[in-house]
Structure formats: C-alpha cells, structure tokens
Design a protein around this ligand. Structure first.
Ligand SMILES: Cc1cc2ncn([C@H]3O[C@H](COP(=O)(O)O)[C@@H](O)[C@H]3O)c2cc1C
Ligand SMILES: O=C(O)c1cccnc1
Length: 350
C-alpha cells in the first residue's frame, strides 16, 4: 500500500486554489486526491485557476552493454525495433499520446541497432554519444564522464525546446533493453537500497535469471565502489545508461524552467532520483503518476518522498503510466476551473 497523494500549498496561487476548492459545489474533500492535485498544479504553475495542461512526452532510447549478461527476457535488437514502432504509431506510448493529444518526441541517444523509419513517418531525433550504447556496467564504467554529459545535455535541450514551444507539463519515458538492471544498480547506490529490494523482473524474467540479475547488480556496485565513485554524476556514469542520463538532464531542466513533471515508472523515477541528488530543487517539480509492478519502484518513490496517483500493475515504461494518468490531471483542473461556487449556483453552504 502506498500513501494517498496529499498536498498543502506553499505559494499564494496554491493558497488561492485551496480556498476556491472549499467554495465549489461539493462537500469539502469529496473529490479526494483530485483536490490536492488541482492545488498542487496551481501551486507549481503559479496560477490560482490553471488552464488545461499542454503536455509533451519525450521518450529517450539507448542500449546497454550489460544486456550481454542475460539480464533481460528480450534481445538488444528490440530497443531499435521499438523506436521504429514509437515513430510509426504502433507502440503503447504512441497510442496514448495520440489519444490524449500530447506531443510525442522520440530521441535516440545510443541505440545499438537502429531500424530505418518508414518514409513519411515522424523521424526520431538522434544524438549518440556512444554509437553502440553504453558499456557493460558489470565490467567497466557504463559511460565516460564526457559521454554521460552529452546525453544529459541532450535531455536538457529537449526540455528547453518543449517549454519554449508552450508545453506546460513534461513527461519523460525510456526504451532500452536491460535498463531495469542499470536503474536497480543506481537506486542501490543513490538510495541506499539493498539489491534484493531494487532488482525486479523487468520484461518478465524467471526466478533463476532474477537471482543472476541481482548478483550482477551486487557485483557491479562493488566494482563501482572500489573505483572510488562519489558524486551523482560519477555513479550515473558508472552504473547508468545514456537514456537514463538524458532523462535526468530532462528532469533537471524542467525544474529549472519551473515546469511540472509527471513521472512514469521505475527507470524514469530512478533517473529523477539522479537529477534530485545532483540538483535537489528538482524534487519540487515532480509528481508520481503510478506505482509500477517493478519491485524497486516503490522504494525509489519512497526515497523521493512521492505518493503515486495510480496503482494498476503496469510494468511497461515508455512513459505509458504517466500518459495513462494524464486525464486525471486534466479532469482535476477542469473541475477546479469550471465548477460553480456555492454563491454562483445558489446552493446552500452548510
Ligand atoms: C517489446 C517491448 C516493449 C517495451 N517497451 C518498454 N519496455 C521496457 O522494457 C525494458 C526494460 O526491461 P529489461 O530490463 O527486462 O530489459 C525497457 O526497454 C523498458 O522501457 C519494453 C520491452 C519490450 C520487450
Ligand atoms: O516501471 C517501469 O518503468 C518498467 C518496468 C519493467 C520494464 N520496463 C519498465
């Protein structure tokens, strides 16, 4: 069980939103967490009655050298194949973005086996600091500091562009076979979580492979520790991946631009943890869409002090869980904006 999402306002806009909630034609508190959600959005957007959100989804894709350790149920080739599927409109996130009228950007930050995109389809933006994806984090640093930095900056640049285009809510997503291994290792390092709590089933591995994956994470942590790893960026370079670095840069920049972020699942939340460890002010802008079925996600949310809105047993990634929660945010704001007050409707207030 996770705690319900509750929020006490911190700004004049948030306080005004909370006063408005108490005047709308409903028993106080009867819209539950949707009331907290409207007040949180008003608080963060700096407006007592915010307009409908203009959401954008950026999905970052990259491959992971640690995939050779047999830690995923799927082969590395799937990453590039799914990027083509995102762009062609056939993936879960493509369907959800279209359904909820959200801008979708796909960014290849290190796909090892890219698949040509059919003519006429929207192209995926390509920025590849390492053309074959990150290195095997069990044996060596996943990225050099400069490679990690290029990916981080690519993510930050995407956030800047989306905000400049008028988007008022940013959602990050990822695609990268074996990235639950990298994310678990990072969660252990930055959140002080034991590997047996951080490592999950990812794409659906069996008990034997799960035990092996946990061992891979344990050994990778020991290797990175022995290398004297200290800062969040250094841990990210040791144990992360290019799409995780890009996501962390994306979240940090969203906060710097003062735009709220709706987090997706395990990998996205661990990337947000990296951003928060690097720049603590980022935490102020984060909202958790859902609790993934991936074992480590609840721990990652707890480390960040976040309460997820939904718990649907999702374990897909791609930003899909955040996209599924998006209509809840729009509903909370529509009610907040457009319901009548007791005075307007002539309804007796107690
Ligand atoms: C067809 C397919 C579509 C996906 N979309 C997201 N993921 C998810 O699964 C991967 C992580 O799990 P692991 O660490 O076990 O490889 C990531 O790419 C993630 O986004 C997918 C995985 C597959 C196979
Ligand atoms: O929670 C997630 O984001 C997740 C879980 C399993 C596989 N891929 C992603």
């Amino acid at each position: 069980m996770t705690a319900p999402f509750r929020f006490a306002p911190t700004t004049p806009a948030g306080h005004a939103a909370q006063r408005r909630q108490s005047q709308l034609t409903k028993p106080p508190g009867s819209l539950g967490q949707l009331e907290d959600l409207a007040v949180w959005l008003a608080d963060r957007l700096g407006e007592a009655t915010p307009a409908r959100l203009v959401p954008a989804i950026a999905v970052f894709a990259a491959d992971h050298g640690v995939a050779v350790e047999d830690v995923s149920a799927f082969p590395m080739e799937v990453t590039g194949q799914m990027v083509a599927n995102f762009v062609a409109g056939g993936a879960a996130i493509s369907v959800l973005a279209a359904e909820h009228q959200a801008t979708l950007r796909v960014i290849d930050v290190g796909v090892a086996h890219p698949v040509p995109v059919p003519p006429g389809a929207g192209a995926a933006l390509v920025v590849r600091p390492i053309r074959a994806g990150s290195r095997n984090l069990l044996c060596e640093a996943a990225m050099r500091a400069d490679e990690c930095q290029v990916a981080w900056q690519a993510g930050a640049e995407v956030a800047r562009q989306l905000v400049a285009q008028g988007h008022t809510l940013l959602i990050g997503g990822e695609m990268g076979i074996a990235n639950t291994t990298a994310a678990a290792a990072l969660l252990c390092a930055l959140g002080d979580i034991a590997p047996e709590h951080a490592v999950g089933r990812g794409t659906g591995i069996d008990d034997a492979r799960h035990a092996h994956k946990t061992d891979v994470v344990r050994r990778a942590l020991a290797r990175a520790q022995a290398a004297g790893t200290d800062t969040p960026h250094a841990w990210l370079a040791q144990l992360g991946g290019l799409e995780i670095a890009a996501l962390a840069g994306f979240y940090e920049e969203a906060g710097r631009q003062r735009v709220p972020v709706l987090l997706d699942g395990f990998i996205s939340t661990v990337a947000a943890l990296v951003a928060v460890r690097h720049q603590p002010a980022t935490a102020h802008w984060l909202l958790a869409a859902h609790a993934s079925a991936e074992a480590g996600h609840r721990h990652a949310l707890a480390v960040l002090g976040l309460s997820p809105l939904l718990d649907l047993g999702l374990r897909l990634g791609e930003a899909s869980g955040a996209a599924i929660a998006l209509p809840l945010l729009q509903a909370a704001l529509a009610l907040h904006r457009s319901m009548a007050t007791f005075a307007e409707a002539g309804v007796a207030n107690q």
